[in-house]
Design a protein around this ligand. Structure first.
Ligand SMILES: [Zn+2]
Ligand SMILES: [Zn+2]
Length: 190
């Protein structure tokens, strides 16, 4: 399986040439970049494509590759699973990932999907950033933890309804039957 070569112009691809593969050398990336694609479930809960992903990460050359660690911040948007109101959360996550040098012992002794790799001097932060953000996303996004959701009868959010809201009213076509049923129940209970 051949993988498409990394695009050096992609927002989350970084050139580590300045580290010179010299162990202990570090570079700091502190900037906002546009999300190259939506992270998460678009329309449900996701960091939208092109929205800003703030990076505050350190790249450190180690003997087998480049260690990335730091913090990533992005805003996720979606809708509340109970009341469908828009939800906006700032996600702040830690990333820590080792990118192996091509030709390193680590690269030779691990499976391709076990560890990230550098492509020449290029390092693709996107998978690490996506994984960290998606992992921090709630399984059930809510506008607030105690969101009461919608009235099952009329679909109006409970937050907008009076406390005594209810649907006692019976369709007039059934009102007669309902009277009979009530009378019947009364009879049985006596
Ligand atoms: Zn809600
Ligand atoms: Zn209702």
């Amino acid at each position: 399986m051949t993988k498409a070569a990394l695009d050096p112009a992609a927002p989350l691809v970084f050139d580590t040439a300045e580290l010179g593969r010299s162990s202990g050398t570090t570079m700091h990336i502190e900037r906002g970049v546009p999300a190259p694609e939506a992270f998460g479930l678009e329309g449900v809960y996701a960091v939208p494509k092109s929205s800003t992903v703030d990076l505050d990460v350190r790249l450190t050359a180690v003997s087998e590759g480049v260690l990335v660690d730091g913090e990533v911040e992005a805003v996720a948007e979606g809708e509340c699973a109970r009341c469908l109101a828009p939800v906006r959360d700032t996600l702040r996550v830690q990333v820590q990932e080792l990118y192996a040098y091509e030709g390193s012992v680590t690269e030779a002794t691990t499976d391709a999907d076990e560890i990230m790799r550098l492509e020449g001097d290029l390092l693709d932060l996107e998978p690490a950033v996506r994984d960290a953000l998606v992992l921090a996303m709630p399984v059930t996004p809510l506008c607030r933890p105690d969101c009461p959701g919608l009235c099952a009868e009329c679909g109006v959010p409970w937050d907008e309804l009076p406390d005594d809201h209810g649907h006692e009213a019976v369709d007039p076509r059934w009102a007669g039957l309902e009277k009979l049923r009530l009378a019947d129940t009364d009879g049985e209970s006596k």
